[in-house]
Design a protein around this ligand. Structure first.
Ligand SMILES: [Zn+2]
Ligand SMILES: [Zn+2]
Length: 219
């Protein structure tokens, strides 16, 4: 019996849309092979390489950052699919890629998702960092804590661009007592500014140590 959904929408690769032989995996074999794994990234900023003394995380509030993949190729398309597609199977596939090479020191602690901007979550009804964090918690068996919230007003900076976004510091609210050892989870590590703001808020409110896990690192 062929499931009705497969007749309507045959399973396709989440990155290149080529048809898949069977439902289950989200990537075709070619895209799976093309995943841009990061080998030996810097333990502090997760970049694969930078000049000595030029680590962008030198004075970061998070003690360490790690990502399994570069934000490129099929990894980038999975992130985009998760953002705009509300797809739980994608979140689980990404969590599987994270746990596959998760360093031992990032296998203890409490998973805390980077909170979405309130307006953004309301519009989409879901949030990719939350989906990824929940999938990671399921796969690792680690507890999930969702007391970190972002309360900045919903404002789009279409004209100010990146400069305006950098100037804005998100108002983060910590509800209750945050866990002592935090594994902060986001989909993409770009400048590190969001991770920094979250780590600072958690530590100000009692967390002893914050370690950042993202699915992909912008190079
Ligand atoms: Zn593909
Ligand atoms: Zn570094």
């Amino acid at each position: 019996v062929v499931p009705l959904l497969d007749v309507l929408a045959p399973p396709a690769c989440a990155a290149c849309r080529s048809p898949l032989a069977a439902a289950g995996p989200v990537l075709c074999p070619d895209c799976t092979r093309a995943l841009p794994w990061l080998r030996r990234p810097c333990p502090f900023c997760a970049l694969p390489s930078h000049r000595a003394g030029a680590c962008p995380a030198q004075r970061a509030a998070f003690a360490r950052a790690w990502a399994p993949l570069a934000y490129a190729g099929p990894a980038r398309r999975l992130v985009q699919g998760l953002k705009f597609g509300a797809r739980l199977p994608l979140a689980d596939a990404m969590a599987a890629q994270v746990t596959a090479g998760l360093p031992p020191d990032l296998r203890t602690g409490t998973i805390v998702p980077v909170p979405p901007q309130p307006g953004r979550r309301r519009r989409r009804g879901f949030d990719s960092a939350e989906l990824l964090a929940a999938a990671l918690a399921r796969r690792t068996g680690l507890p999930l804590w969702t007391g970190l919230r972002r309360e900045d007003a919903e404002r789009r900076h279409t004209r100010g661009g990146i400069a305006a976004r950098r100037r804005r510091t998100p108002a983060l609210v910590v509800e209750g007592e945050p866990p002592p050892l935090v594994l902060l989870v986001d989909d993409v590590h770009t400048t590190g500014a969001t991770l920094e703001a979250c780590a600072r808020a958690l530590r100000t409110n009692g967390s002893r140590r914050v370690l950042a896990i993202t699915y992909a690192r912008t190079l």
